[in-house]
Design a protein around this ligand. Structure first.
Ligand SMILES: Nc1ncnc2c1ncn2[C@@H]1O[C@H](COP(=O)(O)OP(=O)(O)OP(=O)(O)O)[C@@H](O)[C@H]1O
Length: 206
């Protein structure tokens, strides 16, 4: 699996957020998209995951030698981001069932195993609406990590997590990010220090 960006740029109205990005993301590797607040990390994240079109340039997805159209790439990826909402009217148990109607479980996982990863057996029947912000963030991460997709994309993965939550996140990286294409948007080293590659938005501002 590769994602190839050729001369990618995105602007909002007259403002270029970034341009001239030539880059290839490869399966089995981890990438950090870096930059200060407002620099364009989330914008690039959305361009890479196919939910926002680039203003210029070409993005191509290749899986086992075949090209995949941008509108179908969601089948291959798992996302967690602050602006992607959970369904507040569901219980935890219902949310997991719903999510895994669209994605397969990673090998060896099922609903009980996901609840165990979350350490939320006592909350299985609690409405998501009543989850704390940290519990919601843990749930978003667990759903993404435990889905069997080749691409894992996380925007600000430890937002709302305490120190223990950060350790928990790093344990999920060790267990569930192996052999995937992992992309982390961040400006906090503890979230991305395991990444072998860094793409800095500030390099594409000209
Ligand atoms: N839909 C939009 N319309 C107009 N401007 C936008 C839109 N989305 C983002 N922007 C602008 O694009 C720039 C980059 O925003 P983006 O959210 O990608 O930055 P970021 O690096 O992820 O920031 P942060 O670290 O604060 O999350 C900002 O100036 C933002 O105001």
């Amino acid at each position: 699996m590769t994602i190839t960006l050729q001369n990618i740029g995105r602007r909002f109205n007259r403002d270029w957020i970034f341009r001239g990005i030539d880059y290839t993301f490869n399966i089995g590797e981890s990438y950090a998209i870096l930059g200060p607040n407002g620099s364009g990390k989330s914008t690039l994240f959305q361009v890479v995951n196919g939910s926002l079109s680039p203003s210029v340039g070409v993005i191509s997805y290749n899986f086992d030698g075949a090209n995949i159209e941008a509108e179908n790439i969601f089948q291959k990826l798992s996302l967690a981001a602050p602006y992607l909402e959970l369904i507040e009217e569901f219980t935890l148990s219902e949310m997991i069932d719903f999510h895994f109607k669209f994605k397969a479980y990673k090998a060896g996982m099922d609903k009980d195993a996901v609840v165990d990863v979350l350490n939320m057996r006592n909350n299985a029947n609690k409405l998501i609406r009543y989850f704390s912000s940290g519990m919601k963030q843990r749930l978003k991460l667990a759903l993404a990590f435990c889905s069997d997709t080749p691409i894992l994309m996380l925007d600000e993965p430890t937002s709302n997590l305490d120190a223990q939550g950060v350790e928990w996140y790093l344990s999920l990286v060790e267990k569930f990010a192996l052999n995937r294409l992992t992309i982390i948007c961040s400006n906090q080293p503890h979230e991305y220090s395991f990444c072998g590659h860094e793409l800095n938005i500030s390099d594409y501002k000209s």
